[in-house]
Write a protein that binds this ligand. Structure first.
Ligand SMILES: *Cc1c(COP(=O)(O)O)cnc(C)c1O
Length: 490
């Protein structure tokens, strides 16, 4: 048996500070400066490239001994906070991100201060985690009897949904026997606009990329339901087993929303699982002017949504919901001898790790909960409507500008367009437009991304940002035209 040294002067070590008052003073300063950082974000460039000296600090060797926290904080301010990705800036519109919120940051801080592991158990953080899941169900019109889990993001939420779908529809005991026992190859269906996480999903599920059938889309980039029906029938006729339709409620490329009612009907008729990738669009349910776009989403068997997008929770926060809680739990629950429940005390409440892959889970709920309590869900709905109105405003500015053209119809808050002066060959357009995008980054004016829609390269603006104002979009259009003219002339 090990014993502690008996010398009376031997003091155990701890990570706690020797002087709490010194820590208190520094912590107050950190909070003050954090508020300046966020309130002043508009005055700074969206993004800047890191100089070599900064990069060097980020490849420094493992520290063998420590140094004062104040010094470390100074380095974080200089080398880390000074070079952000930029997504909290009002003119960040690349890919599809949330802009964060300070209350959410306080929630992250307090969650870490409490330090609870939300793998489950009888404590407040675990109850709040379930409360936030219940609120997500309510936001989407899902039944109270459904289950769900907060996860790292939409990718994991989607993969969990696909896993439940696979196990529910495979016709063999996949948990016990694995994919080798499948008598027929399984098929999942999504449009050719589907997010890349679904490919990763079918791959890690052991089904292979081939199992994900990409169905063509119409001029609005929505899945062609007649083509989908034919693909399902063809697969059945050739001995495959169709299991799941993955509906897009907001595609990454253009924000297209599949006809969810039609897909729900088709899934019911064909006895397929309906999973909705609602990472972008599920929360449209909150938006009075736009919720009609996702009518029918509540008919899904499972839904992935992303609180770190339109609820602006600081990264990370995703959520999966499953209509049939028993099927959800049946996909993941395992109770080892060291995690048995008790009738009283801390282990007397359900384990939340039975609804996903993680055993230890962070206290993600608090940052979402605090922001919802502070603003109320109606305000989040108005902010979603506001972003969509801004998307259409930008789209109108582009249509009014002879040097710019839309490349895809603007549906919600995603605008695909390009700079196209007369007399420039189509094959030169891509290089010019990429250069416009890169110069906007270098100047720190705005952050956008690019994509290719039905074969046409374009610049892409996704206004998922509660700090954006119309004047930002106006400035953006002026800058694109100015840079485009300079680049095309050069
Ligand atoms: C963002 C997104 C995902 C992936 O979600 P993450 O939170 O980035 O993991 C999946 N599908 C769609 C449609 C998305 O927009």
């Amino acid at each position: 048996m090990h014993t502690l040294p008996e010398k009376p002067d031997a003091v155990e070590e701890t990570l706690d500070p020797q002087d709490w008052d010194e820590l208190r003073a520094l912590s107050h300063r950190i909070v003050d400066e954090a508020i300046d950082y966020v309130s002043g974000v508009r005055e700074r460039p969206v993004w800047r490239n890191m100089p070599a000296a900064v990069r060097e600090t980020l490849v420094a060797p493992l520290p063998k001994t420590g140094k004062p926290l104040a010094e470390i904080y100074a380095s974080v301010v200089e080398n880390v906070l000074g070079y952000p990705m930029g997504n909290i800036h009002p003119r960040f519109w690349a890919w599809y991100m949330g802009a964060g919120n300070f209350t959410g940051a306080l929630g992250e801080f307090l969650a870490a201060v409490q330090g609870s592991n939300v793998g489950g158990g009888n404590h407040a953080a675990a109850l709040m985690d379930q409360q936030v899941v219940n609120w997500c169900k309510e936001m989407l019109g899902f039944p109270a009897s459904a289950s769900g889990s907060l996860v790292s993001g939409g990718s994991v939420a989607n993969i969990l949904g696909l896993t439940v779908a696979r196990n529910a529809k495979a016709g063999v005991d996949l948990r016990e026997r694995g994919v080798a026992a499948l008598k027929q190859p399984l098929c999942f269906y999504g449009s050719d606009q589907i997010h890349s996480c679904h490919r990763k999903g079918v791959e890690v599920l052991g089904l292979g990329n081939e199992a994900l059938r990409r169905i063509s889309t119409d001029s609005e980039l929505r899945i062609d339901v007649a083509a989908l029906r034919r693909a399902i029938e063809d697969d059945r006729a050739s001995g495959r087993l169709p299991v799941c339709i993955i509906a897009n409620a907001g595609t990454v490329n253009t924000g297209a929303i599949d006809d969810l009612q039609a897909l729900a009907d088709l899934a019911a008729e064909q006895h397929l699982w309906l999973h909705v990738d609602g990472c972008i669009g599920a929360l449209l349910k909150l938006a009075p002017e736009n919720r009609w776009r996702v009518a029918g989403i509540e008919k899904a068997d499972s839904i992935a949504l992303d609180p770190h997008k339109w609820l602006h929770a600081p990264f990370e926060a995703g959520c999966v919901l499953v209509r049939d809680a028993a099927t959800h739990r049946g996909t993941f629950a395992v109770t080892p001898e060291y995690l048995e429940s008790s009738t009283r005390g801390l282990a007397s409440a359900p384990w939340l790790f039975d609804y996903g892959l993680q055993t230890s889970r962070g206290f993600r709920a608090l940052k979402i909960w605090m922001a919802l309590m502070e603003h109320g869900v109606e305000k989040f709905g108005r902010l979603i409507d506001q972003n969509i109105a801004q998307g259409h405003y930008l789209s109108d500015l582009i249509e009014a500008e002879p040097l710019l053209e839309l490349v895809a119809p603007t549906n919600i808050n995603i605008v695909c367009f390009r700079f196209r002066p007369k007399g420039v060959e189509t094959d030169e357009l891509k290089a010019i437009n990429i250069e416009i995008m890169l110069q906007l980054q270098d100047e720190g004016t705005a952050m956008i991304s690019d994509t290719t829609v039905h074969g046409e390269h374009c610049l892409r603006v996704a206004v998922n940002n509660h700090r954006t104002r119309r004047e930002d979009l106006k400035l953006f259009v002026e800058e694109v035209v100015r840079l485009g003219c300079a680049i095309a002339r050069a």
